[in-house]
Ligand binder design. Structure first.
Ligand SMILES: Cc1cc2nc3c(=O)[nH]c(=O)nc-3n(C[C@H](O)[C@H](O)[C@H](O)COP(=O)(O)OP(=O)(O)OC[C@H]3O[C@@H](n4cnc5c(N)ncnc54)[C@H](O)[C@@H]3O)c2cc1C
Length: 402
């Protein structure tokens, strides 16, 4: 069996590795010209996602990659520096190597792609899919450079703006803007007071939500999410980066000045924002010989911190289902059946909490910071940080009932 995987973000290379382990031939096609090493933003990886990496021998390279930081605790503050709550992922009870970390997105993608390649899969860069056809007996993928590939199964791991999803379900609604712009990255020698060990600091400012963590070498990893009307790429590019930096500083997110120290030390290019998008629940994640995984299939609420881990879990289960099924169609149906309930429960939980990052009215901010969030943090801390989300494990060697 030959599987064509579109996208070498997070889910794509993990799927390729898992398929290879299952004895199935897989090739990844990525639109970008090379590994995304320059993608500076950081990504939180939860214990359940790390467990997927461990089952495929991908964990060590990720933990040892430059910029990976232990990050199993979160300290929440309001804009005046008052501590609103602290959360831990319960990692004192977890095996040490499964404690949450934060990793540089670009480095993570590169490490995953390189390890997949070492295991005998191929990642082909500069291959942008434009459309696909499922003939019933094979899939045909057509690329922007005019080239064509044929395989038995096609997997869309091509993210929130998935071309595979559009081609598979032309009536599916387009991604919708969440109302937030996101910006941030890594600032060497930021000069900010160090964050407590193993802890990222998240700040609910009056006009924006932000977070940062300092590494032992003094580098700071940071982001800002700001409510804003939707902007096109052209509109964002029309404003110089220095103006975007001014814009971020003017939000006066952290009145203690600690975040400002990081922002002031940061290169202007890190302030160029991008819109955060989501997709409504799809009626199906697969049809015939084609399936979606990760953000192409489902978009988790922005603050769930589970997007990458869900893409990795999807990838593992999809490989197991193709391994244990007599036909690709049955395998993909089993994959969707196994994964849908878990993913949708996490989406529902996040949506119920609502997106508090969009609140900017002073009364709303007061209620959020004084009543709602402290209650949420107390409840979560009472649960010891352990949750069915973090504790979930997929046993790759166990046979799947397809
Ligand atoms: C601001 C922000 C912060 C986030 N923070 C976290 C976090 O802390 N923790 C977490 O778990 N999740 C987080 N997420 C979510 C997480 O980034 C995604 O869930 C995750 O990247 C999904 O992985 P994926 O492999 O499905 O897609 P992606 O990582 O988006 O990868 C898709 C790949 O497909 C490629 N591609 C696209 N179109 C084509 C095409 N036509 N042909 C070929 N290749 C194509 C892209 O270039 C890309 O490399 C965050 C998301 C945002 C927006």
């Amino acid at each position: 069996m030959r599987v064509l995987i579109i996208g070498s973000g997070i889910g794509g290379p993990v799927a390729a590795t898992a398929l290879r382990r299952a004895g199935i031939d897989a090739t990844v096609f990525e639109a970008h010209d090379g590994p995304g090493t320059n993608l500076g933003a950081h990504l939180g990886l939860a214990p359940n996602g790390l467990a997927v990496l461990r089952s495929l021998d991908l964990l060590r390279p990720v933990l040892e990659a430059p910029g990976t930081l232990p990050s199993s605790r979160i300290e929440f503050r309001d804009g005046r520096g008052r501590i609103m709550g602290r959360l831990s992922d319960g990692s004192t009870e977890l095996e040490p190597e499964l404690r949450s970390v934060s990793a540089r997105r670009g480095v993570l993608q590169t490490v995953l792609a390189e390890t997949a390649a070492d295991l005998g899969t191929t990642v082909e860069y500069g291959r942008r899919l434009v459309r696909h056809t499922d003939t019933g007996s094979e899939v045909i993928a057509e690329f922007a450079d005019g080239s064509v590939e044929r395989g038995d199964v096609l997997v869309g791991a091509d993210g929130i703006h998935s071309v595979v999803r559009r081609s598979l379900f032309p009536d599916a609604p387009a991604p919708t803007y969440t109302g937030l712009l996101d910006l941030g990255g890594r600032t060497p020698n930021a000069g900010a007071p160090p964050t407590p060990e193993d802890t990222s600091r998240l700040i609910w400012g009056r006009r924006a939500f932000a977070g940062y963590q300092t590494a032992p070498d003094g580098d700071a990893y940071w982001f800002v999410n700001v409510p804003h009307p939707e902007l096109t790429r052209e509109e964002i590019a029309a404003r110089p980066d220095s103006e975007w930096k001014r814009f971020a500083l003017d939000l006066a997110i952290d009145r203690t000045g600690d975040l400002d120290t990081v922002l002031r030390a940061s290169e202007p290019r890190l302030f160029r924002p991008r819109g955060v998008y989501t997709i409504p629940t799809l009626p199906h994640w697969h049809r015939g010989r084609v399936a979606l995984l990760g953000d192409a299939a489902h978009a988790l609420p922005n603050s769930s911190g589970q997007g990458a881990s869900m893409a990795m879990e999807d990838a593992l289960v999809l490989a197991m289902c193709l391994r244990d099924s007599d036909t690709p169609e049955r395998g993909l149906a089993a994959y969707e059946r196994i994964r849908r309930g878990r993913v949708e429960a996490i989406i529902e939980e996040g949506t119920r909490r609502g997106d508090l990052k969009l609140v900017t009215h002073p009364v709303g901010v007061f209620l959020r910071d004084r009543l709602l969030l402290p209650l949420v943090f107390r409840r979560a801390a009472g649960a010891g940080g352990h949750s069915p989300v973090f504790d979930h494990r997929v046993d790759f060697d166990a046979p799947v009932a397809t």
